[in-house]
Design a protein around this ligand. Structure first.
Ligand code: ATP
Length: 362
């Protein structure tokens, strides 16, 4: 079991004269066995949220309820949660075996031999059987992270809390560990809250992701929901790489008017949009931009700025008017910087945001 309900969670830090609202009225539920990724830019309140759930930080108001029990003011040790930190936080003078066994020794009355069996079982699952007699200083970053994970798993908690556990690893090892961690979580079926600022990690690992900005929840949904139906401009810009392009336009009847082009919608899209004439922000994913012929009614003239061929796809920076946008074009098109091209995008793929609030309208 491990369903976690976060109810109107608020955390304010008082730094002398300044009040910092780190977490602002957070409210959502994490399902039993779910892998939920808390993602957002640096300083948005991810770690503080996780620390409140773990009991390492007191809450200013709100509730944390685990399987119906209000644990808001319980001691960390009474919460049946195991935390994995970015810094691994292993005891340097203990071997991997001792590090993994330590929590069980201190908090249970399990017999020494049973603890040892349990440590060895978990070492097998995390692939560190051969490292058990080594101390952290003798292990690589990836190996230390496996020991830290093993130490959390040994305790057999209802919930794993992970704070950027892979960010000290190099890119290749990180992507390998991402997959291993995901498989392990599925096998163990333990509710997991995983904090990261890396949207790729969020997209690839989470059953659902919760996007935070400035301490406020922006959207909770599956990675694809957040990608295809972002709730607002912030989520749209944060999720996806390269980022969504934003274009300031005004709507006049069925036509979006930009400083440098016009784009006319069909009746169907116009009625679906239910928008009045006025100011909007269009959001276009780089992969939705295509090259087109100059006589396409919705062709937009652009100048090629930078071409980045990646093999299967090329990222092309194009200038439209005074602004630069990114297009992802399949393969390696023969384009030269300075060249004039015509581009367009299907109207089905256009995202429309309220220019002021940023709220998604389509
Ligand atoms: P990062 O990805 O950089 O770790 P984060 O999203 O985890 O960032 P938090 O560490 O939760 O963000 O911080 C949220 C806000 O609260 C920030 O403005 C931070 O400066 C502030 N903050 C965090 N801890 C404290 C503290 N102990 N005292 C005062 N302010 C704090």
């Amino acid at each position: 079991m491990g369903q976690i309900a976060i109810r109107n969670l608020r955390k304010v830090f008082n730094n002398g004269e300044n009040e910092i609202v780190a977490v602002d009225d957070l409210d959502f539920t994490i399902k039993d066995g779910e892998f939920l990724v808390l993602v957002g830019p640096s300083g948005c309140g991810k770690s503080t949220t996780l620390r409140c759930i773990a009991g390492l930080e007191s809450v200013s108001s709100g509730e944390i309820v685990v399987d119906g029990d209000d644990v808001t003011h319980s001691n960390p040790s009474a919460r049946d949660m195991a935390m994995v930190f970015q810094s691994y936080a292993l005891y340097p003078h203990m071997t991997a075996r001792e590090n993994m066994a330590f929590g069980l020794k201190m908090t249970t009355d399990m017999a020494k031999a049973d603890i040892n069996d349990r440590v060895e079982d978990v070492a097998e699952v995390t692939g560190i059987e051969d490292l058990l007699e080594k101390k952290p200083g003798e292990l690589s970053g990836g190996q230390q992270q496996r020991v830290a994970l093993g130490r959390a798993i040994v305790r057999d908690p209802s919930v794993f809390l992970m704070d950027e556990p892979l960010s000290n690893l190099d890119a290749k090892l990180r992507s390998q560990m991402r997959m291993e961690l995901q498989n392990l979580q599925q096998e163990l079926d333990v509710t997991t809250i995983y904090v990261t600022h890396d949207q790729t990690e969020a997209m690839t690992m989470g059953d659902r992701i919760a996007v935070l900005n400035d301490g406020e929840l922006q959207q909770v949904g599956t990675p694809l929901e957040c990608y295809h139906e972002p709730a607002n401009r912030f989520v749209a810009g944060f999720i996806g790489s390269p980022s969504m392009n934003f274009l300031d336009v005004t709507l006049a009847d069925t036509t979006f008017e930009h400083d440098s082009f016009t784009y006319t919608l069909t009746e169907t899209t116009t009625s679906e949009l239910e928008a009045n004439d006025g100011a909007y922000t269009l959001g276009i994913r780089p992969e939705d931009i295509t090259l087109t012929a100059p006589d396409d009614p919705n062709a937009i003239e652009a100048t090629v700025n930078v071409v980045e061929p990646l093999g299967d796809v090329s990222h092309i920076n194009i200038d439209i008017g005074s602004k630069t946008y990114t297009a992802s074009i399949d393969g390696t098109p023969r384009l030269q910087p300075g060249e004039t091209v015509h581009v367009t995008f299907p109207e089905d793929d256009i995202h429309v945001f309220d220019a002021e609030s940023g709220e998604a309208l389509k």
